[in-house]
Write a protein that binds this ligand. Structure first.
Ligand SMILES: Cc1cc2nc3c(=O)[nH]c(=O)nc-3n(C[C@H](O)[C@H](O)[C@H](O)COP(=O)(O)OP(=O)(O)OC[C@H]3O[C@@H](n4cnc5c(N)ncnc54)[C@H](O)[C@@H]3O)c2cc1C
Length: 549
């Protein structure tokens, strides 16, 4: 039986303390935190885990430097503390990264003032990162010669952090952590309805891959449906003080346009910050911030043209970027929380709307709703959900804080020692941005020891299967068994970032893609291959099957 079938079998007819609806970052941390504290947990997502908003972020873990513009100092402090805590817990997965901001006539601030702001930001973040710097015009040009210096007065540099692999893989680590301690989690399972009686909730579920329907019961439901929380609450008759509004953001992935391993930051023509973020051999340009009314969005020509125009005006590239340079795109909506009675958001500057989250607990219905949230804030959300569920009468064990974080440093050292002694990094034939040992440790932690064993037994396990994909054979074996990959997009776009980095056209003809399908899907390989490559590109860009429903 596959990992998914085993989990669906557990959910079917199961009785749980908590049923979590939604497997984005909010649902995944909730599952990991609750299950580690002894709750009987089920978590379902109607698409793949992290298949909606949580795969469309900028991959940044940040204290919110830009919220200082609105003097939201308490929020900045809160996010900086969350960022620092995450960096400490995930030394291999989250890295500090420098932001180099060029300040031109579109910047609302002079370099000296921005410098003061970045120092305050550093202090608010308890000096956890490297100190900020102010750059003169000349020093900025030297630091990044690709910046078009016309109109630029100078710059600043400060630190935040980024998710080295990608947001959705980071989310999956929490799903894995929940599975490890007995939670029943299944992707492509939708909560279609639920009713309540004196004993608790009866949930009606549909396997969106096969169409099969089944039920389970739960004392508490946690609504972690991201942009869909309001729709689910309305459907189940749950009343709330808050609601979600949507801000659309897109990213363009292009060949690497700057050599710097820093994030370049610019103010666009509307005085909004946008970035060029390194992603291995690629650069990610984004994002936008546009008020929309629908959760399902696509990259429109005008969004794309806007970003291309902005970046071409700010970088002095050998050749301006065009549509043909775009390898892939990301597009999603930020679920932003507002109070239902507060209508001021309808006429305020959209980009100034706070990025806080809110949790609502409904004791009469034993229901918790998570509104908003950020990847940066995920540990707090896990803890807040545990507190909310306790309030609803579910007894939890003490929080030993073992539901997040990487194995201890000594274990990492032992892994790298074994990898060095077996000559792992010399087995690679291709140049890469990082060593294979670094990559395996980051992606798999303790599970990487078993991979070393497999490579010792059969060195071809260290061969890259798809050229340029940064994935070796042994990873595919383990992914097939332990990462609940149901469709090819789950692997290419979410457990890995292969489709973002290589693009769909390259992948279709890539040597090794068929072997990858066979390893992942066995007898079902051809069907999954055809399903992926025949699907609508916009549907895949939007991220998930629910995008079109
Ligand atoms: C452009 C952009 C850039 C961003 N950049 C950053 C950043 O750099 N750093 C940061 O910290 N944050 C960032 N964010 C914010 C962050 O990505 C989101 O706040 C976060 O991913 C939301 O997670 P979620 O779990 O609430 O929602 P989602 O990830 O959308 O998860 C909700 C899930 O619920 C599922 N679902 C809905 N209804 C049902 C149902 N009935 N049954 C089963 N499943 C259901 C959906 O399929 C979906 O997968 C960004 C967001 C965007 C859009």
């Amino acid at each position: 039986m596959s990992l998914r079938s085993t989990n669906i079998a557990k959910i079917r007819g199961g009785d749980f303390d908590v049923l979590i609806v939604g497997g984005g970052i909010n649902g995944a941390v909730s599952a990991a935190a609750l299950a580690s504290r002894g709750a009987r947990v089920a978590m379902v997502d109607r698409g793949d885990f992290a298949g909606f908003t949580s795969m469309q972020s900028s991959n940044l873990v940040w204290g919110g430097f830009k919220y200082m513009e609105n003097y939201e100092l308490a929020l900045v402090r809160h996010l900086c503390v969350s960022r620092n805590r995450l960096i400490k817990a995930y030394p291999a997965n989250l890295k500090e990264i420098r932001f180099l901001a060029a300040l031109d006539e579109h910047s609302p601030y002079k370099p000296w003032f921005a410098g003061l702001g970045s120092t305050a930001y550093w202090a608010i973040g308890t000096f956890f990162t490297k100190p900020p710097k102010v750059y003169s015009r000349e020093r900025l040009h030297k630091a990044e010669p690709a910046i078009d210096m016309q109109g630029v007065q100078g710059g600043i540099e400060y630190s935040d952090a980024y998710v080295v692999d990608n947001d959705s893989r980071f989310v999956f680590q929490f799903v894995r952590s929940a599975l490890n301690v007995g939670a029943a989690c299944a992707n492509y399972v939708e909560l279609t309805n639920a009713s309540r009686d004196a004993r608790g909730w009866k949930a009606h579920l549909t396997d969106t891959d096969t169409g099969e329907t089944f039920d389970c019961t739960a004392r508490v439901i946690v609504n972690a449906a991201g942009p869909f929380v309001d729709a689910l609450n309305d459907q189940l008759g749950i009343e709330s003080k808050h609601q979600i509004v949507y801000s659309k953001g897109i990213h363009l992935i292009v060949p690497r346009i700057v050599s710097n391993e820093k994030v370049l930051a610019f103010f666009d023509d509307t005085e909004r910050l946008f970035y060029v973020i390194p992603m291995g051999p690629r650069s990610v340009i984004g994002t936008t911030d546009e008020r929309v009314t629908e959760a399902v969005t696509h990259v429109e020509d005008e969004d794309r043209d806007f970003l291309l125009e902005q970046i071409n005006a700010r970088l002095d590239l050998p050749k301006p970027l065009t549509v043909d340079d775009i390898i892939s795109t990301r597009c999603g909506v930020r679920p932003l929380v507002v109070e239902k009675t507060d209508k001021s958001h309808t006429d305020t500057d959209w980009t100034t709307l706070s990025r806080k989250h809110a949790l609502e607990v409904d004791p009469s219905d034993s229901f918790v709703t998570i509104f908003g949230g950020k990847i940066t804030d995920c540990l707090n959300i896990g803890e807040e959900v545990c507190a909310a569920v306790t309030e609803l009468g579910v007894r939890l064990d003490k929080d030993r804080r073992d539901w997040y974080g990487e194995p201890p440093k000594a274990t990492a050292q032992e892994f790298f020692r074994q990898a060095r002694l077996m000559g792992l990094d010399k087995l690679r034939k291709r140049a890469s941005f990082e060593t294979l040992s670094t990559r395996l440790w980051r992606r798999y932690g303790m599970r990487a020891f078993a991979m070393l064993e497999a490579i010792r037994d059969d060195p071809t396990m260290a061969d890259e299967i798809i050229d340029g994909a940064e994935y070796v054979r042994v990873e595919l074996f383990y992914a097939a068994k332990t990462e609940m990959i149901t469709k090819l997009d789950d692997f290419l776009r979410r457990r890995s970032k292969i489709s973002l980095v290589l693009g769909r056209e390259v992948l279709q003809d890539a040597d090794g893609i068929r072997e990858a399908c066979e390893l992942l899907f066995g007898d079902d390989a051809d069907r999954r291959f055809d399903e992926y490559f025949s699907a609508d590109v916009r549907e895949q860009a939007a991220g998930s099957p629910q995008g079109t429903s």
